[in-house]
Design a protein around this ligand. Structure first.
Ligand code: FAD
Length: 539
């Protein structure tokens, strides 16, 4: 049998050492660099990382016999040990991931990349890997920010990256029930395009939308920016097909069921550790025919948060509603001196978007604006909200430029009840600032409410500081301090980024020792050899 393992696979994922499309890179203007240097002491002395050709990857540990056995399952052209394929799948897209790529030491990478084309092939691959003791990392868009796609061998001889990109079909659209079955490997834009051709929409727009996949959204319990209107991804899931080493599961029957605990929940947030999701049945809605925008200013974060709470608890129906704190607002204002023609100084900016039929949009807009006005908001008109939507997928490019300029820039997220929100926000901010100060740098800590619920909200923090010493060690200490503050102040260790390796130290605290035993029992039942994504999710 011929197998072209050195040949490159036909479909490369995104750039290996930065976010997204190199053509959209955003170099930092010199005056911003000057500002960073003056305010935070950013040295701008970042050393250039290696080029893709210069990176030293650990060589593939798979034997010719292993490669022949894998090729016999997936066929020629669907397996590669070429560096050009292994490198872009050697980790996710957190700041530590990107910093690691700058190393000139030998870097970790999967021993091979495989592109199965059917559930039968996945089942055969899992059986082969269990028998030959090869770890398997399911890989969607590779946008994990918690170490979820690290090529960890976990004590096995080798690790295979199982890329789902050939699961790229709209299998079914049930217009009567408003449900679509989508292949796990479809990216956000691919899925929306297939649905839009038929007049439907999923409405899941995380900031990683352009690259992340349907399977990845399910496996991480992702939450998109339109979550106020359409819900989190897990709330959209009606059914799942999962290939596990122990067999195939097809879960989710009828719109609701009392047939015992809902087993779909075991796979929402399963992070590739329990099985490989191949298709997801999702609630979809007709494409909206109208849209309205309005931005708001609040005198302070507490007033703005109370306004968002009132909107959510009264259920007035915005599609998007989010609130920046004073620090994040100040940075936004520094970049645009006038907001929607209005001179705004200080306070906190909020963005609202409404969708539906023209009647629904108007009714939702009017009801929401009445609540926001009564809660102390000042309207800034539609423009700033439109501008936010226009640029919403571009912020990650800014992080690349900040890192290249010698700044440390990372985000983290949590959620809690409304009653605890202020305490949690203050504690995490304090932990971030204090721990960064201990590394010798001032910091800019910004926060926004990104998702709201009747009973609480998520907090999304962005931190900018100067890199000091080894930035990986620097950030590890800061992340530890933030995690401890979250746990001590009624937060969840993650609202939508998932557990991966980075949040694993806190999972036991969050779900308790018995909870950990339940996860281990599920893992042992579905993946007795433990080959699936070792070191992630299960403590
Ligand atoms: C710049 C940036 C912005 C982001 N913004 C958001 C945001 O707004 N909201 C949000 O929720 N997240 C966000 N994320 C995090 C990330 O995009 C999400 O976790 C996303 O759901 C991951 O999807 P993916 O397809 O890239 O999965 P991957 O990164 O490939 O994998 C993530 C995890 O899921 C597992 N997995 C992937 N596919 C499958 C499958 N088919 N079967 C079983 N397991 C699988 C992997 O093994 C891994 O553990 C952001 C990340 C970045 C880098």
């Amino acid at each position: 049998m011929v197998h072209h393992t050195d040949a490159e696979l036909p479909l490369p994922p995104m750039k290996w050492d930065a976010w997204g499309d190199p053509a959209l890179a955003k170099p930092l203007p010199d005056d911003i660099k000057g500002l960073l240097s003056a305010a935070l002491g950013v040295s701008a002395s970042d050393t250039a990382g290696p080029t893709a050709e210069e990176v030293l990857l650990r060589p593939s540990a798979l034997s010719p016999d292993d490669l022949a056995a894998i090729t016999a399952i997936v066929g020629d052209g669907h397996l590669s040990t070429a560096d050009a394929d292994r490198l872009p799948r050697s980790g996710g897209k957190s700041t530590p991931d990107l910093l690691r790529r700058k190393s000139r030491e030998p870097q970790d990478a999967p021993d091979a990349v495989v592109l199965p084309g059917s559930e039968e092939e996945i089942a055969a691959l899992l059986a082969l890997c269990a028998e030959r003791r090869i770890a398997v990392v399911p890989f969607g868009g590779g946008t994990s920010v918690v170490g979820g796609v690290q090529p960890d061998r976990g004590g096995f001889a080798a690790v295979l990256c199982l890329d789902l990109r050939r699961f790229d079909r709209l299998h079914e659209l049930d217009e009567l029930s408003g449900e679509a079955v989508l292949g796990a490997g479809l990216t956000g834009p691919q899925a929306e395009e297939l649905l839009a051709e038929r007049g439907w929409e999923l409405g899941h727009y995380p900031q990683s939308f352009r690259y992340a996949t349907i399977g990845g959204f399910a496996a991480t319990r992702s939450s998109g920016q339109d979550s106020a209107g359409y819900g989190r991804f897990d709330e959209m899931v009606r059914g799942l097909r999962v290939v596990t080493p122990a067999g195939l599961l097809d879960l989710g029957r009828a719109p609701a069921s009392a047939a015992g605990p809902d087993l779909r929940e075991l796979f929402l947030g399963s992070e590739g550790a329990f099985g490989v999701i191949t298709a997801v049945r999702l609630r979809v809605h007709p494409l909206p025919t109208s849209k309205a925008y309005e931005a708001w200013s609040f005198p302070d974060f507490a007033t703005g948060a109370a306004a968002l709470r009132a909107v959510e608890q009264q259920g007035t129906g915005p599609t998007v509603i989010r609130l920046s704190d004073e620090a994040e607002t100040a940075v936004n204002l520094a970049m645009t001196d006038k907001i929607g023609g209005t001179q705004v100084t200080g306070g906190c900016l909020a963005v609202t978007v409404f969708e539906g039929t023209p009647e629904q949009t108007a009714a939702r807009h009017e009801a929401t604006r009445a609540v926001l006005l009564a809660a102390g908001g000042t309207s800034l008109g539609a423009e700033p909200a439109k501008a936010w939507e226009h640029g919403r997928f571009n912020a990650p490019y800014l992080r690349d430029s900040l890192l290249a300029a010698g700044a440390l820039c990372e985000t983290l997220e949590t959620a809690t009840e409304w009653a605890e929100l202020d305490r949690l926000k203050a504690a995490v901010t304090e932990a971030l600032q204090t721990s960064l100060k201990q590394t010798g740098t001032d910091s800019l800590v910004m926060c926004h409410i990104s998702h709201v619920y009747p009973t609480g909200a998520s907090l999304y923090f962005t931190v900018v500081a100067a890199q000091q010493g080894d930035p990986l060690t620097q950030w590890a200490g800061v992340k530890r301090a933030a995690g401890e503050a979250i746990m001590a102040n009624a937060g969840t260790i993650t609202h939508h980024h998932a557990v991966g390796t980075d949040h694993l130290p806190w999972l036991g605290q969050e779900i308790g020792e018995l909870g950990v035993r339940i996860l281990r029992a599920v893992k042992d039942t579905l993946d007795p050899a433990g080959i699936l994504n070792p070191g992630k999710l299960v403590p």
